[in-house]
Design a protein around this ligand. Structure first.
Ligand SMILES: Cc1cc2nc3c(=O)[nH]c(=O)nc-3n(C[C@H](O)[C@H](O)[C@H](O)COP(=O)(O)OP(=O)(O)OC[C@H]3O[C@@H](n4cnc5c(N)ncnc54)[C@H](O)[C@@H]3O)c2cc1C
Length: 248
């Protein structure tokens, strides 16, 4: 079975984000980029399935030259092949999904893993949109997965519990934390990944359906207020919690 994993290259969540001069993008200067954390669960599941069922794995990333770092990390973990859909221009989630779908079709992959969410723009829609474009079944926020023949049994995380669903291949699965424990790349894996060829392609063209008008930082936090340091401050504290903070 051919298994594809779509992986995004995102700013480290610890990075200090600065809005660019145009007011609608992130200034990438000095920002450390990493593999999207949810995509590591996607990679691990693809590797486990390949080890169990055989077949071939391919990582697909849409982005600029710097995305190759993330692709190499995926290869170092054990993914067989890599495709970079090279584009430095802004693409909205739909145009990202359209380009990924076109390459997945080209790869003839029956099973496709995504993270449940990209931690940069947090849209949580690329996997679902890709499934729709391909006409594949789709199960999201998966925390447990079993594949027997053509049948897929999955557990999804829902508020306060789990939902068990059944579907069939071809399918898109979006991975949630807890699906597995992503492996570390071995030294051998890192060395092998360095020698592997990353196939570069021009992604399918199209028009964005969404335009970013502005990016804004959250309002600065108000400084804390010290009302008193002994029990005498309690009545005033209760009054302020009721009337000002409106939390009681
Ligand atoms: C060059 C470029 C510049 C951009 N600049 C901006 C910008 O300044 N502001 C802005 O708001 N948006 C920007 N975008 C759009 C934004 O990066 C995309 O929407 C992003 O790729 C997906 O984020 P999301 O929140 O929609 O993904 P989600 O729907 O949250 O992602 C879910 C999953 O989809 C997969 N996935 C997502 N993106 C990719 C990818 N690129 N390649 C492979 N798999 C992927 C991953 O498995 C991920 O876990 C840009 C896109 C590109 C290509």
């Amino acid at each position: 079975m051919k298994i594809a994993v779509c992986v995004s290259h995102v700013p480290d969540t610890a990075a200090k984000i600065v809005i660019g001069a145009d007011g609608k993008s992130i200034d990438p200067t000095g920002v450390q980029y990493i593999i999207n954390p949810y995509d590591e669960f996607a990679i691990e599941e693809a590797l486990k399935l390949k080890e169990k069922l055989g077949g071939e794995t391919v990582v697909i990333t849409l982005g600029g030259e710097s995305s190759k770092e993330t692709i190499r990390k995926s290869l170092a973990m054990g993914i067989d092949n890599a495709v970079l859909l090279k584009d430095d221009n802004f693409r909205d989630s739909f145009l990202v999904a359209a380009a990924l779908a076109s390459e997945i079709k080209n790869q003839n992959a029956e099973l496709v893993f995504f993270g449940k969410q990209s931690v940069d723009y947090d849209n949580s829609i690329v996997g679902q949109m890709t499934a729709e474009i391909l006409g594949y079944n789709c199960v999201t926020v998966v925390v447990n997965l079993k594949i027997e023949g053509n049948k897929i049994l999955a557990e999804r995380e829902i508020e306060g519990g789990k939902e068990v669903v059944e579907t069939s291949l071809p399918a898109v699965i979006t991975a949630q934390k807890g699906l597995n424990e992503p492996r570390y790349a071995s030294l051998k894996g890192i060395m092998t990944a360095k020698k592997k060829v990353i196939e570069e392609k021009k992604p399918a063209a199209g028009s964005n359906k969404l335009e970013i008008l502005a990016m804004k930082k959250p309002p600065a936090k108000q400084p804390g207020k010290i009302i008193g340091t002994d029990a005498g401050a309690v009545p005033e504290l209760v009054k302020l919690l009721k009337e000002e903070a409106k939390v009681i």
